[in-house]
Design a protein around this ligand. Structure first.
Ligand code: NAD
Ligand code: MG
Length: 385
């Protein structure tokens, strides 16, 4: 039985860490066609990508950048669009079958919704969308009959572990965490960490924002919320386990006590490729796990006294409604202030805590209310820090 020959995709966030690795997967598999690419401001790299993959449409955020790009690629048959309208156009192109959401932040919500409504499967990297709008995205995907395929490595590991299993027989999800570059430190040893230190992830190479989120454990908190929506699981059945070698990418415990896990070297191309070809597997070049060299896999409990990203995320998730949006928006703004050296590392926790304490939860928020909450959170931060 031979599958269809071509798979046509659109990539949002093409110039980022996940985006460029998605294009590497496409380069290695000749049967993926890139119909559309979207990026923020890196038009130099986007131009190279357009020349290599010849999409029909490409989007950038600013119209001024779009004009520069139009001039640069005027020898090619590609339409250049901009702004939210451009992203929405890309997500709904008739030939696109799967949209890879590798954009960073809540800007991904509306394009993801538009893609689902247009019947596209979603290869979802943009976790902020599920964290803040999971209550809208998941029922909509079900109603439109589209698949949400996880790209985040932990969720892909869970998804792979659930293959052929009855989801009602899950006892709990075990999300693994590396613990980040500051694992083992205590609170007072975090006060003066530098941006360069926080950007050194022990195992994964990723975009800047998510690398800081790994150091604060906010990323793990976002992943708990992401898992909750993706797998419809209660929060008290999602447990984080620190596994510093990043070999076990996550696990599922079933009602009979059996635990199934996915292991491998840390390489995002595996979950990306799995999402693009699911349920098929393809050859993937690269290092393989060598158990003789690995020799041990160790486990710890997360230090929730020091790394407040995790307990704050559980608190936001339990409050529900618009609170995860506050958690996410406050963190996003705090991380950008930390990266530009305006605040210290532990101020990130303080900003998230204060924003959450000041917020009155709106239950079941609409997209407009989610985006309003995001703005209110940004405004509060700008007025205080
Ligand atoms: P990144 O910063 O490397 O890339 C972000 C991409 O989004 C860039 O291409 C940028 O140009 C684009 N972008 C930003 N603003 C845009 C806009 N307004 N319009 C269009 N494009 C815009 O980020 P990343 O590390 O690749 O992460 C992307 C998403 O994937 C995030 O949600 C992250 O949490 C998630 N994720 C990343 C990894 C990883 O290994 N990097 C792993 C799991 C999940
Ligand atoms: Mg992850």
């Amino acid at each position: 039985k031979k599958g269809k020959l071509m798979k046509t995709i659109a990539v949002l966030g093409a110039t980022g860490s996940i985006g460029t690795q998605t294009l590497e997967v496409a380069r290695a598999n000749k049967d993926i066609r890139i119909a559309a690419l979207a990026a923020g401001r890196n038009i130099r790299l986007l131009e190279e990508q357009i020349r290599e993959f010849l999409p029909r449409v490409a989007a950038v955020w600013e119209e001024a950048d779009a004009q520069k790009l139009r001039t640069a690629v005027r020898d090619l048959d590609v339409k250049i669009v901009s702004g939210m309208e451009g992203l929405l156009e890309i997500c709904t192109l008739p030939e696109v079958e799967t949209v890879v959401t590798a954009i960073v932040g809540m800007i991904g919500i509306r394009p993801t919704i538009a893609a689902i409504q247009a019947g596209k499967d979603i290869a979802l990297a943009n976790k902020e969308t599920l964290v803040t709008a999971g209550h809208i995205i998941m029922p909509l995907a079900e109603q439109c009959g589209v698949k949400i395929l996880p790209v985040d490595s932990e969720h892909s590991a869970i998804f792979q572990s659930l293959n052929g299993e009855n989801p009602r027989q899950i006892h709990k999800l075990l999300i693994t965490a590396s613990g980040g570059p500051f694992r083992g430190r205590k609170r007072e040893q975090l006060a003066d960490v530098r941006v360069e230190d926080a950007l050194k992830h022990p195992n994964w190479s990723m975009g800047q924002k998510i690398t800081i989120d790994s150091a604060t454990l906010v990323n793990k908190g976002l992943e708990v919320m992401e898992a909750r929506w993706l797998f419809g699981m209660d929060l008290d059945r999602i447990q984080v386990v620190v596994q510093p070698q990043s070999v076990i990418h996550s696990m599922v415990e079933f009602v009979d006590g059996a635990i199934i896990a996915q292991l491998g070297t840390p390489d995002m191309k595996l979950p990306i490729q799995y999402a693009l070809y699911y349920p098929e597997r393809r050859f993937l070049a690269g290092d393989r796990l060598d158990f003789a060299r690995l020799s041990q896999i160790t486990f710890e409990e997360p230090d929730t006294e020091t790394f407040l990203g995790l307990p704050l995320a559980y608190r936001a998730a339990r409050a529900g409604g618009s609170m995860p949006t506050v958690f996410n928006a406050a963190n996003e703004r705090a991380v950008s202030k930390f990266l530009s050296r305006k605040i210290g590392f532990t101020d990130i926790y303080e900003i998230i805590t204060e924003c959450m304490e000041a917020h009155k939860v709106r239950q079941n928020p609409s997209v407009e209310e989610i985006l309003e909450t995001e703005q209110e959170t940004y405004e509060m931060i700008e007025s205080r820090w």
